[in-house]
Write a protein that binds this ligand. Structure first.
Ligand code: UD1
Length: 419
């Protein structure tokens, strides 16, 4: 039910987009690695299952926000389609499996609801490190007769996934690897920091060039997952849209600089508090233009939330999506709530409306689901979001937290919708 002003504080846990890669990085060291601040989301369970099938013991203590992974000396090296199709991020076992086993068979994930999502840079980079990579029967088969060898790699685009694959492959390669034009996301810094603690030699962390001197052996560690900046940003937009007052804890506002700056332009007051930040909104937001770019640019994973904000703002905004070609697919759902949004290629023109009106809509991916939920918070009457399991993949306890902040949200099992 829309119309409530959200207020209170919310504590964010570790980032989904980091923890899944950290779990894969654990494969690089025999023994027990412990990750803390692990979010209680389905994707962590899927990754745990994948690691179990590779021969690891994985203990997931959701109450303690811990995952303990015990990696055996000898690993299996196949990631099956049934898991990869459920979670595209499964591809991140490719680099560490190749490094540890000299072979990796990973099902090709295909596209998803936000775009086609190529793997060419992962493959070209692994070849530069001496691997043979082929595509057979829907699987990416990577092999290397001997230890991978260091090389020079230039990425066409600062891809998050390709950077992670190549760093994980290079840390135990023979010799020095230089990777240029790498991604600089906080999640990349997080995995590099974990690898360094494990004994890897990586220089240039957080810059566009990584220099990696291969080592023969890595040790397991205890590592705290970096906080989820996208979840934090979603709560910040929730405060701005509902004329609310939300304090986001366990969050580093520096990781959200461009997005928070946009909220300031929209009229929010933002202040730093110990261990986080506070967003207060006094009046109707002003429309803000957004252009998604690799970090430190505006994150594509906050684009749907900002389209939702602009849909009730004063004025018109141009939103440009540069990363995923199908990310505007959810706009048609927002239009069902009365939003005035026109898309053309990778641009969306959003003309703010004074009011949205509740309706049934369908979430097609995690962030689209979050954007629709934000719109539902301000629409008149009742909004029903189908496919809410998408939201569960990225937001732990989303509905209880919303209700604690003063929203009126109820989860309904699909069968009871028809009784
Ligand atoms: C990760 C995040 C995702 C986020 C994205 C960009 C995870 C699980 N997902 O996705 O939430 O939106 O970063 O911040 O961490 N590309 C190629 N060839 C490649 C690799 C990528 O063409 O070899 C293209 C993709 O199709 C896409 C763009 O590059 O258009 C960006 O992809 P990338 O940065 O790799 O994103 P992901 O790692 O897939």
């Amino acid at each position: 039910m829309g119309g409530q002003r959200l207020h209170g504080s919310v504590r964010v846990t570790g980032a989904k987009n980091s923890v899944l890669k950290l779990m894969a990085a654990a494969l690089l060291a025999q023994g027990t690695t412990t990750l803390t601040e692990v979010p209680d989301i389905l994707d962590v369970e899927i990754m745990a299952e994948l690691l179990r099938r590779l021969g690891c013991e994985v203990e997931h203590d959701s109450a303690g926000r811990l995952v303990r992974i015990t990696v055996p000396e000898v690993l299996a090296h196949r990631a099956d389609y049934d898991l990869v199709r459920r979670m595209r991020a499964s591809i991140c076992v490719l680099g560490p499996l190749l490094a540890r086993c000299g072979a990796a068979d990973v099902a090709l994930p295909g596209g998803d609801n936000i775009g086609s999502r190529g793997l060419d840079m992962h493959i070209a980079g692994l070849r530069k490190l001496g691997a043979e990579v082929t595509n057979e029967h829907g699987y990416l088969i990577a092999t290397s007769d001997q230890r991978l060898t260091g090389g020079s790699i230039w990425l066409d685009f600062p891809s998050v996934g390709a950077t992670e694959t190549l760093v994980m492959a290079a840390v135990t390669a023979n010799g020095v690897t230089v990777i240029d034009n790498v991604a600089r996301e906080p999640e990349i810094v997080d995995i590099c920091q974990m690898l360094i603690d494990m004994g890897a030699l990586i220089d240039g962390v957080g810059t566009s060039t990584l220099t990696i001197e291969g080592v023969s052996h890595l040790e397991p560690v205890v590592h705290r997952t970096v906080s989820d900046r996208i979840v934090a940003g979603t709560w910040a937009v929730a405060a701005a849209m509902t004329l609310g007052d939300i304090t986001v804890l366990n969050s580093n506002p520096e990781h959200l600089q461009v997005a928070l700056d946009k909220l300031l332009s929209a009229g929010a007051q933002i202040s730093a508090v110990e261990d986080g930040f506070r967003v207060v909104m006094a009046g109707r937001p002003l429309a803000v233009d957004v252009v998604t770019l690799p970090y430190p640019g505006f994150p594509t994973d906050l684009q749907p939330q900002f389209i939702a904000l602009n849909s009730i703002a004063s004025g018109a905004a141009l939103v440009t999506e540069n990363l995923f070609e199908s990310r505007f697919r959810f706009v048609q759902e927002l239009v069902r709530l009365g939003a005035d949004v026109r898309t053309d290629g990778h641009h969306a023109l959003v003309r703010g409306r004074l009011q949205l009106s509740g309706a049934p809509v369908e979430a097609t991916d995690i962030r689209a689901g979050a954007g629709l939920a934000l719109a539902g918070l301000v629409a008149t009457g009742c909004t029903t979001i189908y496919g809410v399991s998408h939201i569960d993949r990225g937001y732990a306890e989303f509905i209880p937290v919303l209700n604690e902040l003063g929203a009126q949200v109820e989860r309904i099992e699909a069968e009871s919708l028809f009784t």
